[in-house]
Ligand binder design. Structure first.
Ligand SMILES: Cc1ncc(C[n+]2csc(CCOP(=O)(O)OP(=O)(O)O)c2C)c(N)n1
Ligand code: SF4
Length: 284
């Protein structure tokens, strides 16, 4: 990784950023920048600054699209994947990367997520999953654990949470993975795999919001929340060597599902070809 990554990939004129001390957003944004940088450096991969598009919705995490100096578009709450769908369909050669919060992609944007996954549209979605709505003051989100507290659940959340990676897999995503902000190297490698994957890929990156989720649930400061990740989120290489009993309160960091379903824009191009040739029938 070059030492001038910040100057290379960040809009310095957008600083200072809005994120609280200890917030996980900066770590994930850097992971994405390093993943892109390492792929640009790889002569076997045709990734370059011009063919990367970063799309985000609205939320603390979605600010990352503004800070990263690529072809970036900061859209509306819950609609990042909808905008990304239009961009990818207009120019399938682009590497479209969606940066989105857990609320942005699994609450208001939940339908866009499941249908992009179902279609296996070639987008890369990085979910900054901090278990809460950070930007609007700590309301519970679809990933807030059952029983935890939020501004809108002062006596405990009665909902059961989504597992975003499993949700995407169930909806038909051909690549779903989990990362976190403690295991930085592993998470960068997972993001690289996700970008290189041809179909729909989703990385659910477990983050931290010390300001709202951490404080309301007495999770300690950012360092303590990171220690929790160190002890409970286990990279693939170690996870499968653990005795079953030890895995009970742990989660796997790694690729959770992988398939080579047909990619949507390639299938769509075939339809365009058929229409141009005047062949409306079944011949393929
Ligand atoms: C249509 C619409 N509804 C609601 C809002 C208010 N709003 C802005 S950000 C946000 C939630 C953000 O939570 P999340 O996506 O988890 O991102 P975080 O801030 O935690 O990074 C909400 C409800 C909005 N901007 N637009
Ligand atoms: S409110 Fe939470 S998610 Fe938003 S910047 Fe602060 S720590 Fe990060």
């Amino acid at each position: 990784m070059p030492s001038d990554l910040v100057h290379l990939f960040m809009r310095i004129d957008h600083l200072p950023h809005i994120w609280c001390p200890g917030c996980g957003n900066g770590t994930i944004m850097r992971d994405v920048a390093v993943a892109i940088e390492e792929l640009i450096d790889d002569p076997e991969v045709s990734l370059n600054r011009e063919n990367v598009v970063i799309v985000s919705g609205i939320g603390c995490s979605s600010r990352a699209a503004g800070y990263l100096d690529f072809n970036s578009i900061h859209t509306t709450h819950g609609r990042a994947i909808a905008f990304a769908t239009g961009i990818k369909l207009a120019n399938p050669k682009l590497n479209v990367i969606v940066l989105t919060g857990d609320g942005d992609c699994s609450a208001i944007g939940g339908n866009h997520l499941i249908h992009a996954a179902r279609r296996n549209l070639g987008l890369t979605v990085i979910a900054f999953n901090n278990d809460i709505y950070g930007m609007t003051g700590g309301q519970y989100s679809p990933t807030t654990p059952n029983g935890d507290r939020a501004t809108t659940a002062p006596y405990g959340n009665v909902d059961r949470p989504f597992d975003i990676a499993n949700l995407a897999t169930g909806a038909g995503a051909s690549f779903a993975a989990r990362g976190d902000i403690y295991h930085v190297r592993e998470t960068i490698d997972i993001i690289k795999e996700a970008i290189l994957h041809k179909g729909f890929s989703l990385v659910d990156v477990y983050s931290i919001c010390p300001t709202y989720y951490g404080r309301k649930n007495k999770k300690g400061d950012a360092v303590e929340m990171l220690r929790w990740q160190r002890d409970h989120l286990i990279p693939t290489a170690r996870y499968y060597h653990m005795p079953e009993a030890e895995r009970a309160d742990k989660k796997l960091i790694g690729i959770l599902s992988y398939n080579d379903y047909p990619e949507y824009t390639e299938e769509y191009a075939k339809v365009i070809e058929r229409a141009r040739g005047g062949n409306k029938g079944g011949a393929r």
